[in-house]
Design a binder for this molecule. Structure first.
Ligand code: SF4
Length: 481
């Protein structure tokens, strides 16, 4: 019998955000004490409840192929295990961390270790990944990865694995958690009920990556997975679907069947839930503690400019109030800097947050992700601030960096108004008040608000630094192609 081949699946941290907030612009220049303080705070943030395992790697590591043994390396918590011998290393590549993924891949390959790259970035930009990989996995990998492992066992790896259709999620694929070190994470109870989104928001790549058709897993499979997960981790469940109420009849059946299991759960939904009374009650009864809703904009002009059409702005207040009255806390995510926004928008956002009593507001700057419709439009309009061909420049951050010129607001005024807004919304006093007032998950609400108080302070600092370090006399100029 040939020896077992060892495969390592690697997840890399992003440069900032929930993986451990850090300054993107000036960390090297601050004093040793602040460097130490920031490092300690980052570790605390990671360990104090925000890190969740990479679900995609949980799914892949659950695949069983004879002659193959798989493990996971989460580099948010550990160094790459160079001392061991690996027959294949698979790296999940997101655009915001592609630079680091390529650097690791290059180092591995020069040490003679074969590398497979997969993930969103590979799906959208396969050619830019080609020089860094022995194997590319393009598209949702549920079935493709099994082919890779089978071919590895047989010694006949191919350079490209891709499929022209999406995997059938109705087929049973039990997810296992044996490859995880559970104590590292806020929870290991991650469940995905389906993929795809019927909407077409121009700043989002979900519909590009997973298609417009909703694909659902079988309700019975999910109920059995929840019941199995519950036995070895009693913590909260996180339903990672972008919109858990996208198919209301399916969601109603699922959560009615989950109610007897008495779990507590978080998820993501659209505000339409406020008008889906039976589903809303079912969510609350089945243990829903908090939901993230993408409000994005309360400006009608911005919603239509970016094809965010699933809720009319006028219905938002009523919908949010209904959800909170049902006993579910809400994280509401906004984007400031959309094409219909004006200098008056921050005041309107502030009024909206106060009126709805949102438990955790998240106020983002538009982040044009390469591959999305908005990225191409901003490029055509000459509004991008970095080289559009250097797609790794469009990294992930938490409002710490301007990547484009807003349409109706001069850049300096935009940065000033964004900074003033986040200063007003996030303070220790507001964090405590919101935590106390939250319908459920009070301590999580308080922790998130405290975390954001720190993060948005970092955002104000970095935006100032970006401006000051700009070579053109403190004015950030668009990138000239
Ligand atoms: S932002 Fe949400 S609703 Fe819009 S396309 Fe993306 S996943 Fe769908």
């Amino acid at each position: 019998m040939p020896p077992t081949k060892k495969v390592l699946l690697v997840f890399l941290p992003s440069e900032s955000g929930v993986d451990g907030a850090r300054s993107l612009y000036s960390e090297k220049e601050i004093t040793p004490f602040f460097r130490w303080f920031n490092r300690s705070l980052r570790t605390l943030i990671k360990q104090s409840q925000f890190a969740i395992p990479p679900l995609s790697l949980m799914i892949l590591s659950s695949l069983e192929v004879s002659g193959i043994e798989q493990s996971i390396c989460d580099m948010r918590f550990e160094e790459f295990p160079w001392q061991e011998k690996w027959d294949l290393v698979g790296i999940s590549v997101q655009t915001g961390m592609a630079k680091n993924a390529f650097a690791l891949a290059d180092k591995l390959r020069s040490a003679g270790i074969p590398v497979a790259l997969g993930g969103a970035h590979v799906t959208l930009f396969a050619e830019s990944c080609r020089p860094h990989a022995d194997v590319l996995v393009q598209g949702e990998a549920d079935d493709l990865w099994k082919e890779v492992l089978t071919d590895l066992a047989a010694g006949r790896l191919r350079p490209l694995y891709r499929s022209d259709s999406f995997p059938d999620l109705g087929r049973s694929r039990p997810v296992r958690k044996d490859a995880l070190i559970k104590s590292r994470y806020f929870t290991t109870n991650l469940i995905q009920t389906g993929r795809g989104c019927q909407y077409n928001c121009d700043f989002c790549n979900v519909h590009l990556l997973n298609g417009h058709a909703l694909r659902r897993r079988a309700v019975a499979d999910i109920v059995s997975e929840v019941s199995r997960f519950q036995q070895d981790d009693h913590r909260i469940f996180f339903f990672v679907d972008d919109s858990i109420n996208a198919d209301p009849a399916y969601a109603l059946e699922l959560f009615q069947k989950l109610t007897p299991l008495k779990i507590r759960w978080f998820g993501q939904a659209t505000t339409t839930l406020g008008q889906q009374q039976e589903l809303l009650e079912t969510f609350a009864n089945s243990g829903c503690q908090a939901l993230l809703v993408g409000i994005e904009s309360i400006e009608a002009k911005s919603r239509s400019a970016h094809k965010k059409n699933q809720n009319r702005a006028g219905e938002l207040v009523r919908a949010i109030t209904s959800i909170r009255e049902a006993g579910i806390s809400l994280y509401g995510s906004f984007i400031y800097g959309l094409d219909g926004d004006t200098i008056e928008t921050p005041a309107a956002i502030l009024d909206f947050i106060n009126e709805t009593k949102l438990d955790v507001p998240g106020i983002n700057i538009l982040r044009p992700t390469p591959g999305t419709q908005v990225f191409e439009r901003l490029r055509e309009e000459g509004r991008l601030l970095f080289d559009p061909l250097d797609i790794t420049a469009y990294r992930y951050s938490f409002g710490q960096e301007m990547l484009y010129l807003p349409k109706n607001i001069p850049l300096d005024a935009f940065i000033e108004s964004y900074s003033a807004l986040t200063r007003q919304v996030f303070s220790i006093k507001n964090a405590l008040t919101r935590g106390m007032a939250a319908p459920r998950a009070k301590s999580a609400v308080m922790l998130f608000n405290l975390f954001y108080t720190h993060l948005y302070k970092l955002s104000r600092h970095d935006l100032r630094q970006q401006r000051e370090k700009s070579p053109a006399q403190k004015t950030i100029l668009p990138y000239a192609e």
